[in-house]
Write a protein that binds this ligand. Structure first.
Ligand code: C5P
Ligand code: MG
Length: 229
């Protein structure tokens, strides 16, 4: 049986130093990080929109799913088998692993590239991830939420499945991922929404049209594109 969240709390590689405040404060200066969470059902177009935002706004893009797949494939990872089975079943990997992967990646990007603006894509997918991350790492600025119908998402995922090589872009896994999204991830969006921290974007139309809406949100939030030389 794969380890549960409880087993992982005591895992030596996941013992983030005890902190009485988050690692970063919100912002773009020294010791700071500006985080936008990017949520939406599987196939809503999160990754596609993030790529445009990276190009125009100078964000660093961290996909929680990509980080998990990377860790899964890393030779010698002791979490590999566990991650694999959660992903296949469309279930949410225990938060300790995902938060630690994100924190490590953020630290590396700040150190190596001096970038402090992050799009965290596909995260938080469960209430404990949201609370854990904001308590330990940094409070997010807002959540960009892409919404569209399951029909549209299913079509996009099956199309992507023709070339993605992903173990979960098939009918069986897609069904499970939709269910996890509705039951486990939507409560996160609803909680943030009550706090007035969600920007909803209709993700039904083409990538270009959706991006037009995203740019309006950025303007409203006072986030400026990076000027090209
Ligand atoms: O976002 P993406 O579709 O790439 O995520 C693939 C899978 O990775 C999810 O279905 C889930 O099993 C896992 N995941 C997770 N927690 C996250 C993001 C992804 O457990 N925050
Ligand atoms: Mg993605």
């Amino acid at each position: 049986m794969p380890p549960t969240g409880e087993d992982l709390q005591n895992h030596p590689q996941l013992q983030a130093p005890k902190r009485d405040k988050p690692l970063f404060s919100p912002g773009t200066g020294e010791g700071q990080a500006l985080v936008i969470f990017v949520l939406g059902g599987p196939g809503a177009g999160k990754g596609t929109q993030c790529a445009s935002l990276v190009r125009d706004y100078g964000f660093a893009h961290l996909s929680a799913g990509d980080l998990l797949r990377e860790e899964q494939d890393r030779p010698g990872s002791e979490f590999g088998d566990m991650i694999k089975s959660y992903i296949k079943e469309g279930q949410i990997v225990p938060m300790e692993v995902t938060i630690q992967l994100l924190e490590n990646a953020m630290g590396r990007i700040i150190e190596e590239k001096g970038e402090h603006k992050f799009l965290i894509d596909g995260f938080p997918r469960k209430m404990d991830q949201a609370l854990g991350f904001e308590e330990k790492v940094v409070k997010s600025r807002f959540t960009l939420f892409f919404e569209t119908s399951e029909e549209v998402m299913r079509e996009r995922l099956l199309k992507r499945g023709e070339t993605s090589g992903r173990a979960d872009d098939n009918e069986e896994s897609i069904k499970k991922r939709f269910r996890t999204f509705v039951e486990t991830s939507m409560p996160v969006v609803e909680t943030f929404e009550k706090e007035g921290r969600v920007e909803r974007v209709d993700a039904t139309k083409s990538a270009e049209e959706v991006y037009g809406l995203v740019k309006k949100v950025m303007e409203k939030e006072g986030i400026e594109p990076v000027k090209k030389q």
